[in-house]
Design a binder for this molecule. Sequence first.
Ligand code: ATP
Length: 328
Amino acid sequence: MQKLSKIAVLTSGGDAPGMNPCIRAVVRTAIYNGLQVAGIRQGYQGLIDNNLYEMNTRSVSNILNLGGTILKTARCIPFRTDEGMETAYQNLKANGIEGLVVIGGDGTFTGALRFSKKYPDIKVIGVPGTIDNDLYGSTYTLGFDTATNTVIEAIDKIRDTADAHDRLFFIEVMGRDSGAIALRAGISCGAEAILLPERDTVIGNLIENLKKGQYNKKSSSIVIVAEGDKSGGAYDLAEAVRQQIKFYDIKVTILGHLQRGGSPSAFDRILGSRLGFAAVNALINGETQKMVGLEANHIKLTDLEEALTQHQFKLEDDLMQMADVLSI
Ligand code: ATP
C-alpha cells in the first residue's frame, strides 16, 4: 500500500455545528501521523478556485466551541460538470494532495463519489455533517443534536408566552425531507401535535385533538410543523385551523436559520472529534469511497454508494407513537 503524505479537508452544503471540532480532529490526527494537511475554503468551489492553505496544529486552536465552519462552505454548481471536476483534480494534483475528507450531506457525498470514481488516485472519505440527521450509516449526523437543542430552547420561550395568553402556536422547524428535529423537539417540549414529512397530516384529526386539549383545560398549545410536512406549511395550517377553532389566539413562528447556528453541544463536539479522527485513520489505512459514521456508539465505515442508495432514513415508529400518547 502506497503511503499517504498529504491530505485535504473541506466542508460543503449547509453548515452544521460540529464541523469545526471535526476539522480540528482531521488536522491534528493528520499531523500526529506525519501527514501534511491543507484546508480548502468554500467546499468544492475552493477546489476549483485552488483556494486552499496549509494547516498546522495552531490553525485549529480555539475552534471547538464555534458554530459554522472556519473553512466556509458553499453550494457549487460547476463541480457538477466534467470540466469543473477536471479543474478540481488538476489543483489537487498540483498541490500534491492524495486524500480528501469531505464533511457535508448527501449532495456532498454524491459529488465526492462521482469525483472519486473518475479520479480513483485521490482517496475520498465522507463525514456526515448535516443538521437533518437523514444519512444512512450513522445514527446521528453532525449538528443534529445542537440544532435540536436550539429548537427546544426557542420553543420553551414560546411556550411561556403561549401559556400567558392562552395561545396556540404553529412553529415551523427545519427538515425538508426529514422530521428528525421536529419529532425530538416535539417530544422534549411536550408539543400537542408534531407534523412530519414522514406521515400524512389529517387536519380534521389535528383540530379534534386541539379541541380535546382545550376541553382538558390546556392553557396553551404548541404544534410543531416540519418544513417538509405535506399539508402546506405552518401559515396555511394555521389558517385552516383558525376557521374552525375560535377559543385560541393563533400565532405562527418560523424558526428559520437560527436553527443552524450556535456553539456545538458536547455531543456534537465529541461526535465531530470522533468522526474526524476516524476519517483520517481510514485514509491512512487505504480506505476510499467510504463514509465514517457512528452506530451503537461504534465507528462504522459504510460505502458511499450504499450510504447514498439507502438514503431513506426512517423515523422511529415507537417515538412517533409515544409522542401521540404523551401529548393528551
Ligand atoms: P445539506 O444536507 O446540508 O443540504 P448537502 O451536502 O446535501 O448538505 P448540497 O447543496 O445538496 O448539500 O450539495 C453540496 C454540493 O455538493 C453542491 O453544491 C455541489 O457542489 C456538490 N454536488 C451535489 N450533487 C452533485 C452531483 N450530482 N455531482 C457533483 N457534485 C454534486
